[in-house]
Design a binder for this molecule. Structure first.
Ligand code: ADP
Ligand code: MG
Length: 276
């Protein structure tokens, strides 16, 4: 999943359980792994898969619906264009973006739950679960830990964090870094049995022609999000939802972003606009 995963636990089995779970879900959810259901879907336009993958796609669509499409797993073709642009250090042509935009749209995913079928209604569509898969794998890892009787762990999967139980009876403490001043901690949250996920433009971003771009795309324009936000942190029961919402809020901006969080009954969202 292109990230480093750190596990802290008094139980020495914890790390291996978490790594195993992440490995398994990467195999299933990555569009880079040729044999994954997601790759097959991207190649053939349809796939039969298991209820877990189907469920994740359904939840993605739910977030798309409630976020006015600012979270969208069908951005694959646009993301490819921006990847190429980064490699060549050249902005894409607007024509290229316009063409790819015709293939974007979460409404064009069709699901038949009884058959376990996911289908694209347009040729050339591609999904990319980059904004939700890490959160989902994290929730699955936590479920596995609980099943194994492991009740205390802190997992950090590149900014997607879960605090399981407590640290010897006290809540885990998670500090938020200032989006620009690396060594500065702006806030500390004591947490237990909660996910805390941050989407920012400071761990992953790129510069073309002197301008800084985020790796989060605004599906309404096809261009990198530019809402004035440089970091969003969401605290939730589930990392899956926290991950998806952090991305959507990053695109929506503060006002609409907070309205979206409300719809999911999220109590804590922290937004930073210290983006100088
Ligand atoms: P992080 O890299 O911090 O995990 P996100 O969770 O926000 O960041 O995921 C960003 C990734 O999600 C991008 O690299 C891309 O693959 C994909 N993506 C970009 N923009 C969107 C969007 N608006 N909706 C859904 N997925 C997106
Ligand atoms: Mg995300």
């Amino acid at each position: 999943m292109g990230t480093i995963i750190k596990v802290t636990s008094p139980d020495e089995r914890a790390a291996e359980v978490v790594f195993e779970e992440f490995r398994d879900w990467e195999e299933k959810l990555s569009h880079f792994k040729k044999g994954s259901p997601i790759s097959r879907l991207n190649r053939r336009g349809k796939v039969r898969t298991d209820p877990e993958v189907l469920g994740l796609i359904k939840r993605s669509l739910e977030v798309s619906f409630l976020s006015s499409g600012t979270f969208d797993i069908t951005l694959g073709p646009i993301i490819d264009i921006w990847k190429k642009a980064i490699k060549n250090k050249r902005l894409p042509k607007s024509k290229e973006i316009d063409n790819a935009r015709k293939l974007i749209g979460w409404e064009n995913i069709y699901i038949d739950e009884n058959k376990g079928l996911i289908k694209f209604t347009k040729r050339g569509m591609k999904i990319d679960l980059g904004a939700i898969a890490k959160g989902f794998a994290l929730d699955m890892a936590v479920a596995r830990l609980r099943k194994e009787g492991i009740t205390s762990a802190l997992i950090n999967a590149g900014g997607d964090i879960y605090c399981l139980g407590t640290k010897y009876g006290r809540r885990w403490k998670v500090g938020l870094r200032h989006p620009r001043r690396n060594r500065e901690i702006t806030k500390v949250y004591p947490l237990s049995d909660k996910a805390i996920v941050t989407s920012g433009d400071y761990e992953q971003y790129f510069t073309i022609e002197g301008k800084r771009f985020s790796h989060i795309i605004d599906p309404r324009t096809g261009y990198p999000a530019d809402s004035g936000i440089c970091s969003v942190t969401v605290i939730a029961e589930e990392a899956t939802i926290a991950d998806a919402l952090a991305t959507a809020i990053f695109v929506l901006g503060e006002k609409k972003g907070l309205e979206l969080a409300k719809k999911f009954n999220i109590k804590e969202v922290r937004i930073s606009k210290d983006c100088f």
